[in-house]
Design a protein around this ligand. Structure first.
Ligand code: MIC
Ligand code: SF4
Length: 657
């Protein structure tokens, strides 16, 4: 039986375990990326490991999320990240240079290598044939220190793409189609591999849009082959030497195969407020929109913005639409500036945002109350835009630009009927403007030794977790439903600047569920912590979707949460909980979820014993009225980490041994 591409790369990097789906494996990591919103904690934890110079082939620290600079926090973080990168032998991509995933794809990603990033959209680099995985910052810190990355060996879903995209139908519509089939739940433990004649026709930026939003499916990673498209993409960026042809064996056997005929796809949108609430544009066409934004790591490539510029040239966006663009990298922005496309967009009324995450992570451009906002982004979780009750639709750049012109959701295929224009074919230039002067290169050891690491006063070293007790007495602090995202647990937006200060940031845990006149989640949790009662979180299916932010574990841990009981839990968040010594438990009988209420006192008599050697744990209501069984789906290493009071302690222990 032939090998899939995922398994080919895994086997070349395997350092622990066997390549059997479901089993735990450890793999060598060639490259890492961190960004500023997850990076400060990652580096603070890295420093406390005392690891020194990074041991990977290449590690890059990016500044792209926390850029608004209201107050000193963001700039303090940037200076810390710049100086710690210089100290520890990393590349550092400065503020303004672009969104980590876009820049990484353009400048560093290479087929066949492994990449671990402290951002859930790290699989963007799968568009170039890289095995790229998102993780919590602490896992990335361990990888930078030369440790393997541990994961469940995935099952592989083959997506056979046939046919060819029609005019005005985009890569975004391919992944929205998949989200409509697979949804955002239930895909934990899978990797997606794209192949077929249709896949061959997609350019690397198109592929990257698709692998980027694999994060919304909740899969471990998504990947395309390394082929002629990859070679072309790299050659244009003067990196042809990084190319390596790479594909699955012709007789590779997949655990499941889905076929998607690109010729049959049509423009689609993810409607409020989940990336899998997908409808065809024709079903929602005519709905008035007041804001359109093209940008984010999903859809801000040169081709995306050139297409938009060509449609906008000589026209003006609808006078009731706020239209903005955020090119994915400074190189893309530079290209647009030099070939005149930027001027065309400015003339058409575009607001030009810097090359950064910006509105995608709630940093500005929150839509007006009740307004329909169309964005080419990858997430539309309720409130993520910064407006409570927002109505964000995720669409392709084609649908975005069509709707910006008309002021209503418009099928881009109708554009030639509405305006005298043809489908703008965008050819990739033979050469890309490359300006790396905002990327600082690793220093020599001598020079690195002289660097003074700057730690502003808003940067606070996180407290390590305490050890777990054998007999746990806890109280349910919150009971939430299905598909709770890490944005619900730890809001970004105006709170994003608190990422380097856990005691401050922890005050807004579950902010969106706090009642105006009652005590906050944080206040209730701290009150219990003082009484030595453990906080318990209860949730439904697919808990911890979305962002990789480990603060969704770190901050609850700081507040005294020790146990999370759910119907099911997403991969990255589960790993983060374990890393910060919160026990992830799943209801053995999902119906038991209905019997547990907020405020219930729960007890576990033999927690440590259960973690040591059992797949289940018995949980008892303190009044004796009810008991139920929780599943402990943990690898041996997970158990050791929990017993060692978290990954940092565990790593120290292992290093000493
Ligand atoms: C996101 O898209 O939610 C983020 C912001 O990029 C996160 C990382 C973070 O919360 O810092 C992600 O996707 O992992
Ligand atoms: Fe940035 Fe948005 Fe991409 Fe996250 S999804 S990395 S916030 S652009």
């Amino acid at each position: 039986m032939g090998q899939t591409l995922v398994y080919r790369i895994l086997s070349g990097h395997l350092v622990d375990g066997k390549l059997t789906a479901g089993g735990q494996i450890g793999i060598r990591i060639d490259q890492t990326l961190t960004q500023d919103a997850t990076g400060t904690t990652a580096f603070l934890l890295y420093e406390s490991m005392g690891a020194g110079t990074v041991k990977t082939d290449l590690s890059v620290s990016y500044i792209d999320h926390n850029m608004a600079g209201f107050g000193p926090e963001n700039h303090n973080d940037h200076l810390y990240l710049q100086t710690i990168a210089a100290k520890c032998g990393l590349y550092h991509s400065r503020a303004g240079n672009g969104i980590c995933h876009q820049v990484h794809l353009e400048r560093f990603a290479r087929p066949g290598a492994t990449l671990l990033g402290s951002d859930s959209h790290t699989p963007t680099a799968g568009g170039i044939g890289m095995l790229a995985i998102g993780a919590g910052g602490l896992d990335v810190a361990v990888a930078m220190a030369g440790g393997p990355f541990y994961l469940r060996c995935p099952k592989v879903l083959g997506v056979k793409l046939t046919g060819e995209l029609n005019q005005w139908v985009a890569a975004k519509d391919v992944i929205l189609k998949l989200l409509s089939i697979l949804t955002t739940k239930g895909n934990v433990g899978w990797a997606v591999e794209y192949f077929g004649e249709g896949a061959k026709r997609l350019s690397v930026p198109q592929r990257a849009t698709i692998t980027n939003m694999g994060a919304e499916l909740g899969v471990t990673t998504s990947i395309f082959a390394g082929d002629e498209q990859t070679r072309k993409f790299l050659a244009v960026r003067k990196r042809e030497q990084d190319h390596r042809p790479l594909a699955a064996d012709a007789d590779a056997e997949y655990d499941r195969v889905i076929e998607v005929n690109l010729s049959e796809l049509e423009p689609m949108a993810a409607c409020p407020s989940s990336p899998d609430n997908v409808k065809a544009i024709r079903e929602i066409a005519g709905l008035k929109t007041g804001q359109v934004i093209i940008g984010s790591c999903t859809n801000s490539s040169f081709a995306d913005l050139m297409m938009a510029a060509k449609v906008l040239k000589g026209r003006r966006v609808n006078n009731m639409v706020e239209f903005a663009i955020a090119p994915g990298s400074r190189d893309v922005l530079n290209m647009l500036a030099q070939n005149g496309a930027l001027a065309d967009m400015i003339a058409a009324g575009a607001r030009i945002l810097e090359s950064a995450c910006g509105p995608c992570i709630g940093q500005g451009l929150s839509p007006a109350d009740g307004l329909v906002s169309l964005r080419t982004f990858n997430r539309n979780f309720s409130g993520r835009s910064g407006t409570a009750g927002d109505k964000v639709y995720l669409v392709s750049p084609e649908t975005a630009v069509a709707s910006a012109l008309t002021g209503q959701i418009t099928d881009p295929r109708d554009l030639p009927k509405l305006f005298p224009l043809k489908y703008p074919k965008v050819e990739l230039p033979d050469e890309f403007i490359i300006n790396d002067n905002m990327i600082e290169r690793p220093l020599s050891e001598e020079k690195a030794a002289e660097v003074e690491v700057l730690r502003g006063p808003t940067i606070v070293v996180p407290e390590p977790p305490p050890a777990l007790p054998q007999k746990l007495t806890g109280r349910v602090l919150i009971k939430c439903g299905d598909k709770i995202t890490t944005d619900h647990i730890m809001p970004a937006g105006t709170f994003l600047k608190l990422r380097s200060n856990v005691p401050e940031y922890a005050k807004v845990v579950f902010h969106c569920f706090n009642e105006e006149d009652g005590p906050t989640f944080a206040q209730r949790a701290l009150e219990l912590k003082q009484k030595a009662i453990a906080g318990v979180i209860v949730a439904g299916e697919s808990y911890g979707q979305g962002s990789s932010r480990e603060h969704a574990a770190l901050c609850p841990m700081y507040l005294g949460v020790r146990v999370v009981i759910t119907k099911s839990i997403e991969r990255i968040h589960k790993a983060n909980l374990i890393n910060f010594c919160i026990v992830p438990i799943e209801f053995a009988q999902p119906a038991d979820y209905d019997k547990v209420e907020c405020g219930d006192e729960l007890g576990i008599d033999n927690l440590l014993e259960a973690i040591k050697g059992s797949d289940t744990v018995r949980i008892v209501k303190a009044d004796g009225s009810f008991e139920f069984v929780g599943r402990l789906e943990l690898s041996d290493r997970d158990r050791e980490i929990l017993l060692a009071a978290g990954l940092l302690n565990y790593t120290r222990k292992k290093t000493n041994e």
